[in-house]
Design a protein around this ligand. Structure first.
Ligand code: SF4
Ligand code: SF4
Ligand code: FES
Length: 517
């Protein structure tokens, strides 16, 4: 293994590693535009030039492999001069858009100018080459050609990752344009990723632009709940509102990417129909009640026996665990349901046909799936189940469930939204979405991953683990867990596949269950 020295610090790295990667391991940032770890190396921006002893010219760190004894300088005067020259060159024709550019705050031109350049322009403003501004190039993306630094990341993405080749360069010299290929529109299931990888404000999101300045937003690490892949994401939010999802690197799940449907699924988490307080039906009135009174009513019906519980694959592992405890305490029949629209889009990259985030979680905890929910609903129809609990299971539109929901004497609905199912309910308990609480999902491959609370649940809605813990408490079902981490610890101790896991061990990237290791 070669040993190299970067800025006076030695490191031993594997053969074939590039200098930019080796520097990363030492925590040394080498500025770069065109290089992206998920794409081939283009080596065209020259921003990563570094000085390497014994070599007559500066070399690009993104495409230079380490060699034993190599000595690299990333802050020498020669390197600094090259960095300033590259930035000056890139800025000659760049528009003075920063105050009106939606990339401000996360723009690599702004950042590198402040870190490596800080010189006044020597070029007169009127001489700038003007190009097309604000051109929609697809349902999610808008292009500003003047701002493009011609790094080709977006071109390589559509060539190498989606293999759809909607983007290319045209013309020559300082008139080169990034543009759509003739007859094409940037409309593939992963198009939004080009916005994330564009280092400047040339490609911006039609969904997000001008809605918030990024420096006002906070971030929470989470996983996308829109399908069983469990892509790792960051939730950008401010004052209780979610503004966008962006992918978070996890080589074992989604590398650097996410699909467009998942990216926009944050909207579903903050729709108009959110439940904000418990409701209960008395005589003909369906009215808000306190949690205390709702829980007392729920517990009283669960104690009467003949109880059936349906839990959907939208529930977290912690919620499934508590639901199982509730079922045991009440002597209830329990069934799981994992429903996706027929013909739902899927591919062989990230998107799964299973549009639920935690079908594997139900399996891991041994909750019966497939026909079990049908049997339970049949029992509700024939009167052998008198109290039915639906946890995150909007069944009204599912097969012929409506007739069972109409007939069952007592229906308890625990969910996030005023669904059609909730219209049949005797009691409704409002719970949080996964962006409003902490917990874990197991993805299609059995990888257990944490999601973290970004925003608070609306009104009186409780986190799912908290609501179910309260039901269990009202039922007299043993210990009250003081947080989702404690629930997960109890689950991991009991469930062989999760043995040894904890929130700390899952960390930011999750862990595979025992059978998938
Ligand atoms: S649009 Fe952005 S990602 Fe594409 S080449 Fe230009 S600067 Fe690079
Ligand atoms: S592939 Fe699935 S988990 Fe990943 S972003 Fe899309 S919907 Fe979300
Ligand atoms: S990052 Fe190395 S040449 Fe662009």
């Amino acid at each position: 293994m070669p040993t190299i020295e970067i800025d006076g610090r030695k490191i031993e790295v594997e053969d074939g590693l590039t200098v930019i990667r080796a520097a990363e391991r030492l925590g040394i940032e080498i500025p770069h535009y065109c290089w992206h770890p998920g794409l081939s190396i283009a080596g065209n921006c020259r921003m990563c030039l570094v000085e390497i002893e014994k070599l007559p010219k500066l070399q690009i760190a993104c495409n230079t492999r380490v060699a034993d004894g190599m000595v690299v300088h990333t802050t020498s005067e020669k390197t600094r001069t090259a960095q300033r020259a590259v930035l000056e060159f890139l800025l000659i024709n760049h528009p003075i858009d920063c105050p009106v550019c939606d990339q401000a705050g996360e723009c690599k031109l702004q950042e590198y100018y402040m870190d490596y350049d800080r010189q006044r322009s020597r070029f007169p403003l009127p001489g700038k080459v003007r190009k097309r501004k604000a051109k929609p190039i697809g349902p999610l993306v808008i292009l500003d050609q003047e701002r493009c630094v011609l790094c080709s990341r977006c071109v390589r993405f559509v060539d190498e990752v989606t293999h759809t080749s909607e983007l290319a360069f045209y013309q020559r010299g300082d008139h080169v344009d990034l543009d759509l290929a003739p007859g094409k529109v940037l409309d593939n299931p992963y198009s939004g990723n080009v916005v994330d990888i564009c280092p400047v404000g040339a490609l911006t999101s039609r969904d997000f632009r001008f809605r918030a300045r990024v420096w006002y937003l906070e971030r929470a690490e989470s996983v996308c709940g829109a399908c069983a892949n469990g892509c790792n994401i960051e939730i950008y939010h401010r004052e209780g509102t979610i503004f966008r999802f962006q992918p978070r690197e996890n080589d074992a799940v989604n590398e650097y990417w996410m699909c467009d449907a998942g990216r926009l699924s944050y909207r579903d988490l903050q729709g108009e129909g959110r439940l904000t307080q418990p409701f209960a039906r008395s005589a003909d009135e369906f009215a808000p009640v306190s949690w205390e009174s709702a829980l007392a009513t729920v517990a009283a019906h669960l104690r009467e026996g003949k109880v059936g519980i349906v839990v959907s694959a939208r529930a977290s592992n912690e919620e499934i665990f508590l639901i199982r405890r509730i079922a045991e305490t009440a002597g209830a029949r329990l069934a799981g349901i994992s429903w996706s629209p027929p013909g739902a889009f899927h591919d062989d990259f990230l998107v799964k046909a299973d549009k639920n985030p935690n079908t594997q979680g139900l399996r891991l905890q041994g909750v019966a799936l497939d026909g079990a929910a049908d049997e339970l609903l049949a029992a509700a129809r024939d009167g052998s189940i008198r109290t039915l609990v639906l946890h995150r299971a909007d069944l009204a539109a599912w097969r012929d469930a409506g007739s069972a929901l109409e007939r069952v004497p007592y229906l308890i609905v625990i969910d996030t939204d005023r669904s059609e199912t909730a219209q049949y309910a005797n009691v409704v308990l409002p719970v949080a979405t996964y962006a409003e609480s902490d917990g874990t999902f197991a993805n299609h491959a059995g990888r257990v991953q944490r999601f973290r609370r970004a925003v608070m649940p609306p009104g009186e809605a409780k986190a799912g683990w908290d609501a179910l813990g309260a039901v269990l408490g009202a039922l007299g079902g043993g210990v009250r867990f003081d947080g989702p981490e404690a629930v997960f610890a109890a689950l991991a101790a009991e469930c062989g596949a999760l043995n040894g896991m904890s929130y700390a061990a899952l960390g930011a990237l999750g862990q595979p269950v025992a059978s998938a290791r």
